[in-house]
Structure formats: C-alpha cells, structure tokens
Design a protein around this ligand. Structure first.
Ligand code: NAP
Length: 304
C-alpha cells in the first residue's frame, strides 16, 4: 500500500509531521508483541510515511527495573528500530515523556506510578536521551502532574525549561493538562512549549475544551488513546455511530474515528497505537478520508 497521495502533514511546532503519529506504548507494555514483530510495526509505519513516534520513559512492563534491563523498553526499541531501518529517516521526530514509572501493586496488578519533581525530571531526561541514542530529544513532555502536594506543577515546568536551555531536549510538551495548566505552562515555557497531549476519543470527550484552547494558542493537540485504548472494550457503545458511518463508506470504524479527530482542526495529530501491521495499515487510511473530504458535513455533525 502506498499513501503517497494520501499524505497530510501538520505542524508539530517546527516539525512537519504526518497527520497521524505512531503511539508506541502497546509495543512495550503488557501483552506486547515479540521484539521482531514490534520492530516490524515501526518499520512499516515509517514505510507508510509516519515520521513521528511517541514514546515515554515508562513504556515497559510493570516490575521492570534498570537492573533487569526492562525499564525504558520502548525508548530502546525505537532506537533499535531506527538504527535498523534502511529507508529515509532524516525527518523522523521522536517524542518522549517523563513523570510515570511502572510497578506491581500488592494484588499483583501492573500499575503506573507518578513522580514529577524537578530533580527526577532532570535526571530522567538524560536517561531518555541516552536510551534514544540522540544528542537532544525532539520533544519532551511532562507526562502527568505529581500527586505529592509538595511537588508543584511549576517546579516540573521549570525543569523542562532548563532541559531546553541546556540542550537536553529541543522542545517541551505537557500531557494530561487542563486549560489552567496550559496557561501556566505557557507563562513558564513560552515558545519552548509546542504540544499538549491529552486523552481524547469518541468515548472520552471531556478534554474538548483543551483541544479548542490549544488551537487558539497555536499549540499542537495530540489525542492519546484516540481509538479508546485497548483496555476499554466496555466503552464500545460510544463507537456505534462511527461504526455505522464506517459501514456506509465501506471502511473500519477506526478510520472514521481518526478522520473525525483530524477534522477537529489542523493542529490535531492523533497518535494511535498498534501491535499489528494489519491494523496500522488500515487506520492510516483515515488520512485518505480527510484528504478527499469523504465524510460529509452532515456525518461529521452527527458524530459530534
Ligand atoms: N500521555 C499519556 O498519558 C498517554 C496515555 C496512554 C497512551 N498514550 C499514547 O497514546 C498512544 C495510543 O494509545 P493506546 O495504544 O492506548 O490506544 P488506541 O490508539 O486508542 O488503541 C490502540 C488499539 O487499537 C487497535 N486498533 C488500531 N487500529 C485498528 C483498526 N484499524 N482495526 C482494529 N483495531 C485497531 C490496536 O489493535 P492491535 O494492537 O491489535 O494492533 C490497539 O489494540 C499510546 O501508544 C501512547 O503513545 C499516552
């Protein structure tokens, strides 16, 4: 399959990226594919014109540590995938995040812990830069506010500003942020801030205020778990209208969901995740739907 005629690029700060990025989390956390299959997903995405990979320090299986080599699994996987890719990778943007880590809770369940104090952010950024094998990370997000009331959000944002000033990262982003937190981030980071990454999908729309606000502020908005996330099959009910429109067009509901999100504004860059090349190839066709204006205004209105 070629997307040559289907490519739609968008601005992620100074970077020109395909309208859909690759959310790499499912390639490294619980239920991940084997290493070769995971690398094949990344290579196939690059073949199809994807030039923006989304990762995080915390994308590894719970129970992983630096000692057992599991911590930063996804950042290391991306470094390996880029090294072994034989096509053009000159314009590939890799974004990472700091603020989460993995652990196993007392019932043996895999969990996500949070830490975002300044020292942790400054130290972790260097580990991410090293695992990604770059001189400077293209885009580095504050992943989620620290639940410790003694750690202010400003402290984390100031650490991000220092990372940009020191050249450890090129640009900053924030994730899981409210309108008020976007304002605070802009006041501390100014032009260094280029992106806001929030959960947004048919089943999770309460961040629409931030999607609209980022447009006004000239920031990119990256919906995470844009298809509802693989851990939430119970939310499929909200997908039904998308499935119906998909049937009318003879395409999957995932293509319709991504096209609907892309139609929310030129600043919107969803980052769907995949464990299989088949689903990747299918979902990327959403760009073709947008380029050709296949969804009518009436359909888009009905989808909300
Ligand atoms: N900032 C944050 O706090 C945060 C939190 C969560 C996630 N994220 C980012 O968001 C990215 C995406 O989120 P996600 O992976 O949770 O969820 P998602 O993109 O909403 O959904 C991924 C699931 O959709 C399936 N899928 C994709 N296209 C499909 C198609 N055409 N037909 C059928 N199934 C399809 C995939 O199937 P297969 O696996 O079978 O291919 C996968 O199970 C992550 O990778 C990560 O980069 C960020």
């Amino acid at each position: 399959m070629s997307t040559d005629n289907a490519q739609e690029y968008r601005q992620l700060g100074p970077y020109k990226v395909l309208g859909l990025g690759l959310g790499c989390m499912p390639l490294s956390i619980e239920r991940r594919p084997g290493r070769e299959d995971a690398i094949e997903v990344i290579h196939r995405a690059l073949d199809l014109g994807v030039n923006h990979l989304d990762t995080a320090f915390a994308y590894y299986e719970a129970g992983g540590t630096s000692e057992n080599g599991e911590e930063q699994h996804n950042e290391k996987l991306i470094a390996e995938a880029l090294k072994t890719y034989t096509g053009d990778k000159s314009g590939v943007v890799v974004a990472s995040k700091v603020g989460h880590f993995r652990y196993v809770d007392k019932n043996g369940r895999p969990e996500w812990g949070q830490q975002a104090d300044a020292n942790y952010i400054l130290e972790t950024a260097k580990k991410s830069r090293d695992a990604l094998e770059v001189n400077s990370i293209n885009l580095y997000y504050h992943h989620r506010p620290d639940p410790n009331p003694e750690v202010t959000y400003s402290e984390g944002l100031e650490a991000l500003a220092k990372l940009v000033d020191d050249g450890v990262v090129k640009y900053a982003g924030i994730s899981n942020a409210s309108v008020e937190q976007i304002d605070l981030a802009l006041s501390i980071l100014g032009d260094k801030l280029i992106a806001v990454q929030n959960q947004y999908s048919p089943a999770y729309r309460k961040t629409l205020d931030t999607l609209k606000y980022t447009k006004d502020k000239g920031l990119a908005f990256l919906p995470w778990s844009p298809l509802g996330g693989f851990r939430h099959p119970e939310l499929l009910e909200q997908d039904q209208p998308f499935e119906k429109v998909g049937k009318n067009h003879g395409v999957s509901k995932q293509q319709i969901i991504l096209a609907w999100e892309l139609n929310k504004g030129k600043h919107v860059i969803p980052i769907p995740g995949f464990r299989r090349t088949r689903t990747l190839e299918d979902s990327l066709k959403a760009l073709e739907l947008v380029r050709t204006g296949a969804l009518t205004a009436d359909e888009l209105n009905r989808l909300g």
